[in-house]
Design a protein around this ligand. Structure first.
Ligand SMILES: Cc1cc2nc3c(=O)[nH]c(=O)nc-3n(C[C@H](O)[C@H](O)[C@H](O)COP(=O)(O)O)c2cc1C
Length: 178
């Protein structure tokens, strides 16, 4: 990865159409390493990453647990799916309610962003998926008790440049105290 991190942040956008091409194991490993390098409260790393390469399982995920949501674009093919799970019970052991309701989610969200930026640096496209039936996906992927799936990420080689929706101007979302 020889691009500047700011270039990668600037270039990343959600990709919802992928080439019919597998993601190489070496790249998947890089994504997972990047995930675990994310910060986490007290370095508790209360997460587990389930990497779904099996086409049949991906098809099952897209078919049932997501069919109620606006995810028809996925039926055109998703080469790889990553379920990012967090363990709020583990975070609560040290940080109580704040760990359960905030840190566990923040830790896994940081890991998700790391995966997405690393993927962009490796020439891969991703999309963060929040709309799915968590109970059904947990059953299908045999998610451990105590863990929740905080996000799914689709990954593959972009077949089409996504168009990034515009952002609110900085003047609307940033407040300086000088
Ligand atoms: C928490 C979260 C949940 C999301 N859920 C979905 C989803 O279910 N389906 C989808 O197509 N995109 C989903 N997205 C992607 C957003 O639509 C996308 O990031 C946003 O429109 C900004 O576009 P960009 O990623 O191209 O910059 C989600 C993003 C986040 C952060």
């Amino acid at each position: 990865m020889d691009k500047n991190i700011l270039d990668i942040i600037g270039q990343r956008k959600s990709i919802r159409k992928y080439e019919d091409k597998k993601v190489e194991s070496k790249k998947i490993e890089k994504l997972m390493e990047s995930a675990t390098l994310a910060p986490s409260a007290g370095n508790r790393q209360p997460w587990e990453f389930i990497v779904v390469e099996d086409e049949k399982v991906i098809a099952e995920l897209i078919d049932e647990p997501m069919s109620k949501f606006n995810t028809s674009w996925m039926s055109k093919g998703v080469p790889l799916m990553i379920a990012v799970c967090g363990n709020p019970v583990e975070s609560a052991k040290k940080y109580g309610d704040r760990g359960r309701n905030l840190y566990a989610i923040q830790d896994t969200a940081a890991a998700i962003q790391n995966i997405m930026l690393a993927a962009a640096g490796l020439g891969l496209g991703t999309c963060w998926i929040g709309a799915f039936d968590e109970v059904e996906v947990s059953e299908l992927l045999d998610v451990k008790s105590d863990y929740r799936i905080y996000g799914l990420i689709t990954v593959g080689y972009p077949a089409k440049e996504g168009s990034r929706p515009s952002r609110k101007p900085l003047s609307e979302v940033v407040r300086y105290i000088k």
